[in-house]
Design a protein around this ligand. Structure first.
Ligand SMILES: [Zn+2]
Length: 350
């Protein structure tokens, strides 16, 4: 392992998490999204680093192969990135509908958007120093970014998404240079806005990954296990076929890894046939339940996936971020994930 962006994993069925882990209570209030920091100034910087170190330690101790930062240095997977950009006014807020599901007070785009300096590159460099394992860094996808903003400048979702894709590509290139092995874009909006996804969403994602030599991933899900999402999921019926819209396009895209939710969801497993040839990062841990999976339950989900994906291309993961869960539950779920993957690995004779 070189730790210079070209790390290869020799483990069959490597394990990973989608993104966030709960933060320690001394850093931010647990079990809520957008939780304000408990520290300030230099103490906050040091606290974020300590939390990131702890997140790496727990992932390794519990058998996670592809290591993430657990999003310990950011308040929210979309908002924190946008906060670092010029052209967005956080004082000037409007109420908009997020992913057609719930109303939220969001900042407003008031001028041309740009990235005056790198957003996560220092944090990624710090993560790189903590481990020789492959590391993965998550960024919001362009379509999901525009969906959490009001726009008084471009007045075009497509134009704004294109600007964000260009900015994300700059950030991704610098993350790659900092030694990140896998750069992931979170696009839950791909499960909601099908027409826009087809018209320009996939193209914007391609713009974001352009020219990268690091592996690239896109994560598409049904959201955190919060009330508004759980209520929306209850309306989706017995079979969730939303991935059917994006998967054929992603199969032909240049993105290397497709991250999807599966365990306890109503997504028919055979839909992953639609991304044949891509690496599949399969959610085998439910993030909407505090019940910790047994290794056997995880193994069962992975086994069912192996009917539609080659073992060499399967990565065992969580369904989504785990920020809203109690910390001990999230950590125990990491252990369950790696124990389940180990069971299947043994069956495959690896
Ligand atoms: Zn997700």
């Amino acid at each position: 392992m070189t730790g210079t962006g070209s790390t290869t994993l020799e483990t069959l069925l490597p394990t990973s998490i989608v993104g966030s882990l709960p933060k320690p209570a001394w850093l931010a209030r647990p079990e809520v999204l957008w939780s304000p920091w408990e520290l300030q100034g230099d103490a906050l910087v040091e606290g974020k680093h300590d939390a990131l170190r702890a997140a790496v330690h727990e992932q390794r101790r519990r058998g996670i192969d592809i290591v993430s930062d657990g999003e310990q240095t950011r308040q929210h997977f979309v908002t924190t990135f946008i906060e670092h950009l010029d052209g967005v006014d956080f004082e000037n807020r409007e109420t908009v509908r997020i992913r057609d599901r719930y109303d939220a007070s969001v900042p407003t785009v008031v001028g041309a958007v740009s990235r005056p300096k790198p957003v996560f590159v220092d944090d990624a460099t710090f993560l790189r120093q903590q481990t020789d394992q492959p590391i993965k860094w998550a960024l919001p996808g362009p379509m999901t970014m525009i969906d959490t903003l009001a726009d008084r400048h471009y007045r075009s979702r497509e134009k704004l998404a294109w600007e964000f894709a260009t900015i994300l590509n700059q950030e991704a290139r610098e993350l790659e240079a900092a030694g990140v092995d896998i750069i992931q874009f979170d696009e839950p909006a791909f499960n909601v806005f099908f027409d826009e996804m087809k018209d320009w969403g996939i193209a914007a994602l391609e713009r974001a990954v352009e020219g990268l030599s690091a592996e690239t991933a896109v994560h598409i899900c049904y959201g955190y296990g919060i009330k508004a999402n759980n209520e929306w999921k209850a309306t989706l019926g017995a079979e969730w076929r939303q991935y059917e819209e994006s998967f054929p396009l992603l199969q032909r895209s240049s993105v290397d890894i497709i991250s999807l939710e599966s365990h306890h969801s109503h997504v028919p497993m055979d839909l992953i046939e639609l991304i044949r040839g891509k690496k599949v990062m399969l959610g085998a841990i439910d993030v909407a339940s505090e019940q910790v999976e047994t290794p056997e339950e995880v193994a069962d989900t992975l086994r069912r996936a192996l009917e539609f994906v080659d073992a060499e291309l399967l990565i065992a993961s969580s369904n989504c971020g785990m920020a809203p869960l109690p910390r001990h539950v999230a950590l125990d779920k990491l252990s369950a994930l790696s124990a389940g993957a180990r069971l299947v690995r043994e069956e495959l004779g690896a």
